[in-house]
Structures are given as C-alpha cells and as structure tokens.
Design a protein around this ligand. Structure first.
Ligand SMILES: CC(C)(COP(=O)(O)OP(=O)(O)OC[C@H]1O[C@@H](n2cnc3c(N)ncnc32)[C@H](O)[C@@H]1OP(=O)(O)O)[C@@H](O)C(=O)NCCC(=O)NCCS
Length: 209
C-alpha cells in the first residue's frame, strides 16, 4: 500500500511539474520578450522577475530551481531590452542564477553545470554610511560565446566576455575576459589551454596558482 501511494505521489508530482513547466505557449511563457519553439523552463523555478526583458531562443532547456531575473525586483522598468538573452539549444543547469540588470548575452549552444551564477552587477561598498545591500555599482555587460561550457558551480562576474568554445572548469570564478577556444580554471579563472594555429597549447600557470 505504501509503495502504491508512493508511486502515485511520485507520478503525480512528475506529471504536475511537467504541466506546470513554462513553454512558448504557456501563459507565463508568452510574457517573455521572446520564447523560442521547443524551449522549456522546468518547474519549479526559484524566481523569475520581469520576463518581458528576458529572451530565450529555441530548443533551450532551463533546469529546475533556476533564478532568472531582469532587474532586482518585480515590476522594475529596465533600461535595455532584452536584459537577459539566452540563445538556441542552450542548457542551463539546475539551481543556477542568471541575474541581469543591463545586459547578459548568452550565445547559442551554451551548456552549464548545476549551480552556476552569472551577473552583470555587484553591490557597492564604498559609502560606509550606507549598508552594502542598498548600494550598487554600475552594471557591466556580460557575454558568453557560442558553444561554451561552464562547469558546475562556476561564477561569471560583471564585465566579463567569455569567447566561443570556451571551457570553464568546475567551481571557477571568471573575473576577466577569456579568449575563444580556451580552457580556464580556478578562482580567479586563468587560461590553462588555448587552441592556437591548429593545436591545443598548454598555457603556463602564473606562480601564484
Ligand atoms: C576543466 C576540465 C574540463 C578539465 O580540462 P582539461 O583540459 O582536461 O584539464 P586537466 O584535467 O588536464 O587539468 C589541467 C590542470 O588544471 C587543473 N584543473 C582542472 N580542472 C580544474 C578546476 N575545475 N579547478 C581548478 N583546477 C582545475 C588540474 O588540476 C591540472 O592542474 P596541474 O597542471 O597543476 O596538474 C575539468 O577539470 C572540469 O572542471 N570539468 C567540469 C566538470 C563539470 O562541472 N561537470 C558538470 C557540468 S556538465
């Protein structure tokens, strides 16, 4: 009996989650700036703020518990559109956060592991008479090129451009630009391999790493 009830519970959860998922023709999906054919945001998301400033290509899958935001709070009027763009055939891993205020542009065929975080703005801390949560620094656009792969737990900070076909190792923190066809690891992420003149070359690590 317990096993039967468990199976009913599991099946109904799975079915309801499938029905609740956000797609191009769902009520929520239609509010996005664009939402391509055969794309899906799996249920439940963590938060989705201001989807009218978020554009999703086709055949893209966004995992469960992903935070997807344009701006800091619901109803915020953004100055650019789309603030967040995710291309075609992307896969955004479960538990990730893509939190844009100005511009986060993710190309086509970008895959991420779980718990990846991408943002184009930091809190400020310079004014010591105001709490940090009430301070912001200027937004700086983030770009991630076609075909790149971000490992589990990696973080992409404001102002960064990641080229095309770039591997970012698990748990890396990307603080500066990464060239096309490269592999970068660590916190801060440093290029350890790059495809130059037809071959993958190992790049010497700086002595501090
Ligand atoms: C980066 C990665 C793809 C390996 O690339 P690679 O070119 O084969 O690199 P290697 O394994 O030869 O490692 C090269 C060096 O980088 C280091 N390194 C590799 N991955 C690292 C990481 N994530 N963080 C820090 N250092 C790392 C290795 O220790 C090695 O250092 P050494 O030269 O001092 O021995 C892999 O380590 C990785 O992080 N994969 C992500 C897996 C993941 O997150 N999967 C889930 C998402 S789908």
């Amino acid at each position: 009996m317990k096993a039967f009830l468990g199976a009913v519970y599991a099946n109904s959860q799975e079915t309801l989650a499938r029905w609740a998922a956000i797609g191009p023709s769902s009520k929520r999906g239609r509010k996005f700036a664009s939402f391509g054919d055969r794309s899906i945001i799996m249920w439940p998301p963590t938060t989705i703020f201001n989807e009218e400033f978020i554009s999703i290509g086709s055949h893209t899958m966004i995992g469960q518990h992903v935070a997807l935001s344009a701006g800091m709070m619901p109803g915020q009027l953004c100055v650019t559109s789309p603030v967040v763009r995710i291309g075609d055939r992307c896969l955004i891993g479960r538990g990730s956060g893509i939190v844009g205020h100005f511009s986060i542009d993710i190309g086509n065929d970008v895959w991420t592991g779980h718990h990846v975080y991408i943002t184009d703005q930091n809190h400020g801390y310079e004014d010591i008479s105001r709490v940090i949560s009430q301070q912001t620094q200027p937004e700086r656009a983030v770009r991630i090129g076609d075909g790149s792969w971000l490992g589990h737990g990696s973080i992409v900070l404001p102002g960064v451009t990641i080229g095309r076909h770039v591997v970012v190792g698990a748990n890396s923190v990307v603080t500066c630009d990464l060239p096309d066809y490269s592999v970068a690891v660590g916190a801060p992420a440093r290029v350890i391999r790059q495809f130059i003149d037809g071959t993958w070359l190992s790049i010497q690590k700086p002595p501090s790493q």
